[in-house]
Design a binder for this molecule. Sequence first.
Ligand code: CUA
Length: 338
Amino acid sequence: MRRGVLVRVVAVGLAAAAVAFAVAFFVPWLPTPASKQAGRIDFVFWFVTVICIGIFGLVVAVILYSVVRFRARPDDDSDGAPIHGNTGLEIAWTAVPAALVTAIAVVSAVALAENEHLPKRHLRVNVTAQQFAWSFSYPTYKGLTVSTLRLPLDEAVELKMRSKDVIHSFWVPQFGQKQDLVPGITTRLVITPKRLGTYYVVCTELCGEGHAIMRSQAVVQTPGAFAAWVKAEEKLAAQAQGGGGGPGLAAFNSNGCSACHTFKPAGSKATTGPDLDNLASYARRAGKPLAAFVQQSIVDPNAYIEKGYQPGIMPTTFKSLPKDQLDALVQFLSQKQK
Ligand code: CUA
């Protein structure tokens, strides 16, 4: 190959690599990482992508060179020269890919091992999934249970995850990892948030009719703001206890009601299901006494569907609530009506 030709072939390869790099770099394929773990996953992504771009440039250059250099003339019907074996080339095209694949395997294994590592100092959060809501409880803070995940910046968090019914999957795109929640076993995920902000918690396992609305939020706060939030929540819980919320409020929170319903006495503002501050007027429309209506709506949610809402969205698993919890919940919801 003449030197001028070689320079042109290399230039074509570099141009192809530049185009591939632009596609990889300027299209936002992955969200900006918001956790240490997502940063490591991003590193693996770029490690593999850069190797692929190099191979792409090489292949494009060789193909274009071959097409131009070895093109047959229109009137040329002869066969090409017979070719067999090139030991040097064969060793190269076996050894180089083997080395690259091994490198990718090692880098991936290191990233996975680091992402699973849980530092001694960490926060524990229990995640509960059910059709179709998330709830998060903090054993460190007297079992404080909420429907929005709040995490302090730069502190490792261990999520212990359980499902009450079918398989769900926990995913915050900016945190970079997914983990299934499987009935009967406890799964875990380690997250170390490193960017302030509010992100979606998405269920990524088709889990029933309400799968598409099974979303919550993860809020990453400064440690100071997080501590202040915990304090405010604990004060609210104490007030509710004093104001007669007691076991009813506890049942309301631990069963994930706050994930879907607005109810002022419980401080919840979700809008997936009907606003529970208006239970009295729903009961009137359903033609039932308030307490009986509330009880029926919990154990058999499809018996009466408020206008503007869909049947089959609220879980029917509450029919197996322990009687004391159900009674407390009915009392809490009925008494707090205007
Ligand atoms: Cu839970 Cu999809």
